[in-house]
Design a protein around this ligand. Sequence first.
Ligand code: KIV
Length: 279
Amino acid sequence: MARITTATIKEKKRRQERITMLTAYDYSMATMVDQAGIDMILVGDSLGNVMLGYENTLAVTMDDMVHHTKTVSRAAKNALVVADMPFLSYHISLEEAVRNAGRLIQEGGAQAVKIEGGTERVDTVKAILDAQIPVVGHIGLTPQSVNAFGGFKVQGKDLETAQKLINDAHAMDKAGVFALVMECVPSELAKRVTAEIACPTIGIGAGAHCDGQVLVVNDMLGMYSGHIAKFVKKFADLQPIILEALRSYKEEVESGTFPAAEHCFAIQDEVLDKLYGGS
Ligand code: KIV
């Protein structure tokens, strides 16, 4: 399979082929996501929730992102790796934004970065693009703005926020993002925006008419015990399966049935005899 590039993703919209994206944060999961043929792996700052146990994404640092991006990049043979820029890594100055985006590419091995925000982030997107780093935009419910929004709320339901979503989508498209994540917005609005802009839209809680879809892998595999949003479909329910395996392990170790002969290494009797004198 040929490596997915930003050109492949744009071409998919032109051909009306749906784009797939999932998050991954570690080598084992990223290997499976890649083997499944998913187009893009997002090293999302949602790792703050599902990997690090934080309440939201705000505590995630650049070092956290670089660390997890490195491991995902080592696993991804075909998928395009997109790394999230964490809270405050692109808000202070354009110079810091470019330097931090560069770390995710140079140290992390990602092929692109994702930033949250609309019209207010146009200059940031342009500065990062100037450094030859492809950018994915993220509008609608942007989790890094949870305190400004006053909670995790669907965006674009009223006239004002719907108009803002449309303005943000056009601004990001014009700025040059190669794909645009739209999170938690009404399906009909996402459909209109998808038809209006040139770059592919990747929906999460944005209905079936986006050019692609993204989900947090731990949510869709039923491996996360925290809050699960309405838009998540569990494609598997792995938590009870994993729990059952862990309990069996405990029981077998405690009862002495694990390890069995096939899990053990042998030594010749004469070697043992020499060591212990036949005792
Ligand atoms: O961090 C993340 O996983 C994301 C997705 C929810 C799009 O930004």
